[in-house]
Design a protein. Sequence first.
Length: 342
Amino acid sequence: MTENIIENYQKNNLVDPFNRNINYLRISVTDRCDFRCVYCMSENMTFLPKVSLLTLEELYRLASLFIDCGIKKIRLTGGEPLVRKNIMWLIEQLSTKINSNDLEELTLTSNGSQLIKHANDLANNNVRRINVSIDSLNEDLFKKITRWGDLKKVIEGIQVAKKAGIRIKINTVALKGVNDEEIPNIIKWAHDNDMDITLIETMPMGDIDGDRTENYLSLTEYKETLKKYFTLRSCDYKTGGPSRYYICEETGGVLGLITPLSHNFCADCNRVRITCSGKMYMCLGQDDSVDFNSLMRSQATDRDIIDLIHQSIRLKPISHDFKIDKYNTLPAVSRHMSVTGG
Ligand code: SAM
Ligand code: SF4
């Protein structure tokens, strides 16, 4: 063990080889989903066998050990996190870590389909903010993009969540020839309803039924189109992710642009990801992973697991390898976004 690692152990600190402080963990609690968004999944997906999933108790143990190592923010994602059976149990347990000040934020990325049912329980368990994905406000187009989604339910879910005191941020994947003309309207709708919004470039992850390059829209270029509708003022807000933020002067709302392909911001990355089967991905855009599943199921002590957490952080690469253009039609990484979450 190098001196550096020993020092980080003592400080409850995770620092990667490029001196980035890792304090943000995303947990994909399921790879299953009640939608089949065209850029994310094929219609007939093969999901992981249930036996390979970590139980909620195992996920909680692992998350707690990450918190002991210095993780301060946890985002639950998927697949659709709210379709995992008994997910509220895990959220209740993680909420106790907020009460004890060991964790600063517990949040979710969701398609919003189950919010009507769960929003009040989430609010009662320290969930203060949720990202909800909406790629169109046109019911037919929403159905076409999500294949199985119902826009009305999602909007109603957002209203219930807002009423419960949860702040909503909208995520919209920008798709050339699909929703690009509607995007200024979606931004205005979000801001008029007191929600920030982030636009996302399609990332080449996992096989889908079509060719992603056809719908890829460079947000670095699309920003010029947006300037016809809004005066965009850069703002300093940073989350350690690949998003850059602007204030739309006309609405006063915040607009984020996630541009991993047209502009790479890996230098500030502060996060790692755990899948529902216990694989840790040090980077969303690389295939390298570390398996916690077999260790956790082999009578490992907490110390063994903490050792593996520290060793894994030493493997975090400097940046992703995403490319999307007409010469690169194959996915850069073979797994779907639903395996590691967004
Ligand atoms: N089901 C939840 C949802 O849709 O918000 C959480 C998981 S989903 C994988 C997280 C985010 O990733 C969503 O905003 C979704 O639109 C986005 N996403 C999925 N596949 C993507 C891809 N290939 N490229 C870019 N964004 C993607
Ligand atoms: Fe499901 Fe989210 Fe993927 Fe859509 S983007 S299929 S809602 S996991």
